[in-house]
Design a protein around this ligand. Structure first.
Ligand SMILES: *Cc1c(COP(=O)(O)O)cnc(C)c1O
Length: 226
């Protein structure tokens, strides 16, 4: 049985050490625990260690899990998987963040379906930095137009950019992909978007992501499988 609490603690220490190593401010990188396919019991181990930010890939799985946590436990739920049109209502009703906006229709539906008693839904635009045809996310050159579209929607709050680059074992190559997204992030800022979240880096490449300016890393297997 993996020691989830120990792994979580270790990952948090690594994040802090990479912040220092790459001249990043202390606590400028947030951890999101990627919990797709993990049981409620596994997730409760994470909660017991004091961590309450989770990312799920599938809306229905996440809704089922939500029912198992007490209402007064302030868990922050993010969607980090591709969203289908017929899932937007449940997403708008039950999540705090959607990191995978890649089409104006999805953005519009989430906006229209966000219940007015909730705060605006935090969103990131998912960018396909490696340009592979099979991947989700908008191409680099289309991201700004999508951001402009989202900026007009009052029930969405554009927070930043997210990417899942093609897997690569070479550290310098990993950095190159992340740098591309960082440069786009800077471009967004110079265009006047008040973005503050750069969601990039997973178990195998989060050091490179932190080196290149990630403000959020999404980690699953290094916490649940080791
Ligand atoms: C699964 C997943 C992660 C976490 O990946 P690990 O390699 O398990 O750390 C991060 N982001 C997304 C979008 C994922 O689907």
């Amino acid at each position: 049985m993996p020691d989830i609490q120990k792994n979580l603690h270790h990952i948090k220490q690594l994040i802090a050490s990479y912040e220092q190593k790459y001249g990043r401010k202390a606590e400028s990188v947030r951890l999101l625990v990627a919990s797709k396919g993990r049981s409620v019991e596994e997730m409760k181990e994470v909660v017991r260690a004091g961590h309450t930010v989770f990312g799920e890939n599938f809306v229905q799985d996440a809704l089922t899990k939500m029912l198992s946590f007490p209402d007064d436990l302030a868990i922050e739920w993010h969607i980090i998987g591709h969203i289908q049109r017929n899932k937007t209502r449940k997403t708008a009703e039950h999540f705090d963040w959607v990191e995978t906006i890649d089409h104006p229709v999805i953005a519009q539906r989430l906006n229209d379906q966000r219940p007015p008693h909730l705060s605006p839904l935090n969103i990131c635009i998912e960018v396909n930095v490696s340009g592979e045809a099979t991947k989700s996310g908008v191409l680099m050159e289309d991201a700004l137009a999508l951001a402009k579209y989202c900026a007009r929607l009052p029930w969405l709050k554009l927070r930043g950019l997210m990417t899942v680059p093609a897997p690569n074992d070479d550290f310098q190559q990993q950095r190159r992909g992340f740098r591309t997204l960082y440069e786009l992030f800077e471009r967004f800022r110079s265009e006047g978007f008040e973005v503050d979240v750069l969601s990039m880096g997973m178990s195998n490449d989060f050091e490179a992501a932190i080196a290149e300016g990630a403000t959020e890393v999404r980690i699953g297997s290094a916490i649940f499988d080791q």
